[in-house]
Design a protein around this ligand. Sequence first.
Ligand code: ADE
Length: 419
Amino acid sequence: MNYDIKDINLAPGGKRRIEWANNDMPVLSQIRARFEKEKPLKGMKMSACLHVTAETANLVRTLQAGGADIVLCASNPLSTQDDVSASLVKDYGISVFAIKGEDNKTYYKHITSALDHKPTVTMDDGADLVSAIHKERKDLIPQLCGSMEETTTGVIRLKAMEKDGSLKIPVIAVNNADTKHLFDNRYGTGQSTIDGIIRATSLLLAGRTVVVAGYGWCGKGFAMRAKGMGAHVVVTEINPIRSLEAAMDGFMVMPMLEAARVGDVFCTLTGNLHVIRKEHFEIMKNGAIVCNSGHFNVELDIGALEALSTSVNKDVRNGVDQYMLRNNKSIYLLGEGRLINLAAAEGHPACVMDMSFATQALATEYAVKNKGKLVPKVYDVPKEIDQWVANLKLKSMGISIDTLTKEQEKYLASWEEGT
Ligand code: ADE
């Protein structure tokens, strides 16, 4: 078996963490049990480019149980859990190409290795596989029945490809399912971003001013949790509706140029480029902490930070670099500007990844079942999948809900009755 991981001897610890995560993934476990019997992915060769975590391991096990011959590579150079990679190789017989801290060259070499598997279906977190296929491995396109996309940034890239006519395969925007973004992006990112900042810095958030750049579902979740920790929360946005939401949710809203002067901790969650840049770094307080929880490490203009600095003290704590600025202040950069929740912590907890990855597994089954019927465009996850996952998650949480009475059904279907 072909693989490239840090150390196979880390497998026992990885296996324990995979099993621990599995305990909090009841919906995915139920799908795995059905997949084991029905083998809906039999004959499929699958390449997945995901954060290599204990939760992902349970997704990959599920796809394997469904009959897929699957290989896995990292979707970020800093998010890999090396013990999990080791266990996937040793205990589950899955080829993994991922090493935490790999350089960009190795990162792309690993993507190439995953594509050398000659997949018939792919899964992405950030669209790097689909992008590489369209740029360098067009030979794979005819045999691909589709690809799943996990994250907002990936969906943005894929929609741009669809718009300019360059998308040549069907993709399913798993991120856009309600059972994904309303929970994973909001409660997952909310908690895991706080977790990453605290693990990196051991900072007390109470009384501090936390600046949240972006008020999409991830920004909303993080702002809500930072407030819960006692921070004064400032939101920066470019969208007027979201800005209003933030204001009426009780947050201060202002441009980054104003926020830069008052913030103690800054976190970007926008999916956009250079949200914090030269003019912002220049006016930050001495000792300001900056980090990113968006998919790519482009949200902070690290080049500008370097250009403003006379020197950098690497790893003043694990994953914390101190930039010494010409204006005699210093700024601390966490996790090299890569997503802090996975670079410094363990990503979203299993309970919420259960829903995202149950939806991923079912979307994959759907793409395979509809092989040849889907055209090259960005599809939403079918509503029935969303409903099924939500119902099962509720059940696993011991929550039952009301159903419509016959009278109510009739009322909702009619238009005659008014006051
Ligand atoms: N993205 C955010 N958290 C994650 C996790 N725990 N596993 C995989 N992908 C993630």
